[in-house]
Design a protein around this ligand. Sequence first.
Ligand code: 6GU
Length: 262
Amino acid sequence: MRIDIVTIFPTFFDALDISLLGRAREDGILDVMVHDLRTFTHDRHRTVDDKPYGGGAGMVMKPEPWGEALDAILGELSEPDGSRGGAGAEVDGGAPVGEVRPVDDRHECVAGTIVIFPSPAGEVFTQAMARELSTAEHIVFGCGRYEGIDQRVFEYAGSRESVRLVSLGDYVLNGGEVAVMAMIEAIGRLIPGVIGNPESLVEESHEDGLLEYPSYTKPAEWRGYAVPPVLTNGNHGAIATWRREQQLERTRRVRPDLLPPE
Ligand code: 6GU
């Protein structure tokens, strides 16, 4: 998978060299390129923001550097008839910006390139969305800062490729960088070959719609706390039943919203 990230804080993504994803990059499974949005400016101060039309607090990211960055990554529009010029710029409909598409279908695949703008105004990122995006050939992440990006950037990007606005959840971050790191980790670890033991992916929180069961290792007693006896008896049927009960009890207690309506 190829990933391009556009940001005004490129060093934020230095951490991608570490650990599991760093290995995937060395192995050629993941090809990540980070682009500094300011390299697509032309003024002395490398300005990326301006005051909002209509007034209001904060600053808005200007469209011109974003347009140039997207053209550099997606390829220039070379043909006057509007057909696509650049590498990876397959005609893919260009879904309307912010359109909510079904993500709970595990078999859905992403053809070609998708452009993702992290935004608290987007659809919420889920494990199902991570699974779907792990099938993409090419993901472009556009990290906004300040009060947001000029709306026309989303429309232009949507004229080139599929675009989605994606939120991590119902709270506010200062910019998209932390959200993109989280999304890349969630997506990257689902790409075949990134995780050594794919079976470890199966029994995780959210993969079966429930939270995961509690885990224990030696010693059997520690500081007066015992491991639940069912786990030490070697009865695999009883262990499976107990783990399922624990998953259901935990999910009912802290995440009842994940359970089907009764
Ligand atoms: Cl994706 N971006 C920002 N700025 N804030 C967020 C978010 C994204 N998701 C939750 N809060």
